[in-house]
Design a protein around this ligand. Structure first.
Ligand code: SF4
Length: 224
């Protein structure tokens, strides 16, 4: 008997291949913590790899440093993770490390009294964005506990903060992924996803797509 859902999947796979798109299509965990319009544009145009900031490059160096200097048998670095969102779409990410049944994330942070915390000791909790990303990795890996290691950029001193798996927060993140999927599908039909506004109005300043959004609707003026 014909299964319409599977037929639709089959049709989508063929359409994706004809259009030269990777299948299943991927949304990165890290992109869901910021402007979802940017995530949709980036997925549609395939520009994710060009959006690495200097901060991200420093983070990569830190990961490499930890990897080269920690010699534990039960630790695995740069662990790829994925989770099915909906037909033809997966959420993907890369946990910095998994030690036994704990996911570890390594973050590098500069401290400066003039624009925030003056020292690592003053830090009471990790940033909300770091927690939501680690929580996504916990849910994708099916693990319950993780730690965010924050390294002081100036002295390489560090502290670690525990994060417990929160399924409700992960389900909100999957909701954000569905907004991105709707945005990509709109773009594919020639419509601009103007209903998606930035999460933080400061994001637009350094965004690759600012000239496009500037021509369409200047969303940063509405979100102030
Ligand atoms: S310019 Fe602003 S609204 Fe447009 S994609 Fe970038 S962050 Fe989002």
């Amino acid at each position: 008997m014909e299964n319409p859902d599977r037929l639709e999947t089959f049709n989508r796979e063929i359409r994706n291949k004809i259009a030269g798109k990777r299948s299943p299509r991927r949304i990165w965990v890290t992109s869901l913590s910021f402007c979802l319009r940017r995530a949709a544009l980036s997925t549609y145009l395939g520009t994710f790899k060009y959006e690495r900031t200097g901060e991200m490059l420093l983070g990569t160096l830190l990961h490499r440093w930890v990897q080269e200097n920690v010699d534990l048998e039960e630790i695995e670095f740069e662990v790829p993770l994925e989770y099915g969102i909906t037909d033809g779409w997966i959420l993907v990410g890369r946990a910095d490390a998994i030690l036994g049944d704990r996911v570890l994330e390594f973050k590098l942070k500069g401290f400066n009294q003039e624009n925030g915390l003056g020292s690592l000791d003053e830090m009471e909790e990790p940033s909300k964005i770091w927690v939501e990303q680690l929580n996504a990795y916990l849910n994708m890996a099916g693990l319950d506990e993780g730690y965010i290691y924050v390294f002081d950029r100036d002295g390489l001193d560090f502290r670690h903060f525990k994060v417990e798996r929160d399924e409700e927060a992960f389900s909100k993140m999957l909701g954000r992924a569905r907004v991105v999927i709707n945005g990509v599908e709109a773009l594919e039909q020639g419509k601009f996803p103007a209903w998606i506004i930035p999460r933080y109005h400061t994001e637009c300043e350094s965004c690759l797509f600012k000239p496009i959004c500037s021509a369409v609707d200047r969303p940063w003026e509405k979100s102030r």
